[in-house]
Design a protein around this ligand. Structure first.
Ligand SMILES: C[S@@+](CC[C@H](N)C(=O)[O-])C[C@H]1O[C@@H](n2cnc3c(N)ncnc32)[C@H](O)[C@@H]1O
Length: 264
């Protein structure tokens, strides 16, 4: 059993939402920390695992509404650690994936605060499990790409930056975090980048939570999907097809075989 140490900050992954997907270490730290600073996406069922003496504080930014700045979060972590508290900085999924962990680690290092990182299940991996698809099905994929459409979805109009440039390698599975609700714009970016309209896609909503929802489509149909409630994640790639070995197009098979041969 791990006990949270005084004066230390733990960057902890809460996983996608199901409390049973917490690591044992995360659960121990939650139960023994003096203070938990958590993001919006961490559900109450996980926060309920905090100790009875633990102060649980939301530092979520609510989809960019900036109730609290990133610098204020740094200051809070440092202040709590300096006054001798054990601090769990709790983030959804894995703390090192799209979670501002780089900035937080820099701030803690600069302030000479001891820090540990506890991995969590990132939502892309939980989404694959929910869809019962192997992200690296060896019949059609040998790469996984984690990306975000965050900047694109926060903008509008003709100036909207594309979240994706250039073609997707045929043997890659793509996980798009923070895709926004305008899936038409997302699909447009992907098609403009050269991805084929037949590319299988899955739109996952609230993975591992009671409201989990899954919409299976192709890139050509992605724009017509009305997604379930946030948080949303989009998976795209040939392993997501009903029969990956059958739908993997011939041109992609050739390229994939060449890559595999080079690797042998
Ligand atoms: C700020 S990022 C944090 C990612 C997180 N660190 C991870 O590893 O999953 C938030 C995005 O993660 C994805 N996400 C997190 N939890 C999710 C869930 N339960 N279902 C679907 N997507 C989720 C969504 O794309 C959401 O907009």
């Amino acid at each position: 059993m791990t006990t949270a140490r005084k004066g230390t900050v733990y960057l902890v992954g809460a996983g996608p939402g199901d409390p049973e997907l917490l690591t044992l270490k995360a659960a121990d730290l939650l139960a023994t920390a003096d203070v938990v600073l958590h993001d919006d996406l961490v559900p109450q069922a996980i926060l309920d695992r905090a100790g009875t003496q633990t102060r649980v504080v939301s530092v979520g930014k609510r989809c960019g509404s900036r109730r609290i700045t990133q610098e204020q979060i740094h200051a809070l972590m440092i202040m709590e650690a300096r006054r001798g508290s054990s601090v769990v900085r709790l983030k959804s999924g894995d703390p090192l994936i799209f979670g501002r962990a780089g900035e937080e680690l820099d701030a803690l290092e600069k302030a000479e605060i001891p820090c540990e990182i506890v991995s969590g299940v990132t939502s892309m991996f939980a989404a694959a499990a929910a869809a019962r698809k192997s992200l690296t099905d060896r019949r059609s994929a040998s790469k996984v790409i984690l990306t975000t459409a965050h900047h694109a979805s926060n903008s509008s109009g003709t100036d909207r930056p594309s979240f994706w440039r250039g073609p997707l390698p045929n043997d890659a599975t793509l996980g798009i975090y923070m895709p926004g609700r305008d899936l038409r714009a997302l699909a447009w970016d992907m098609l403009q980048g050269g991805m084929p309209p037949e590319l299988p896609c899955v739109v996952m909503s609230q993975v591992s939570l009671p409201g989990e929802d899954r919409r299976t489509t192709t890139l050509g149909g992605l724009g017509d999907v009305v997604p379930g409630p946030a948080p949303l994640l989009v998976l795209a790639g040939w392993p997501l097809a009903d029969r990956p070995e059958a739908s993997f197009p011939e041109f992609a098979q050739t390229e994939f075989a060449q890559t595999a041969a080079r690797m042998e």
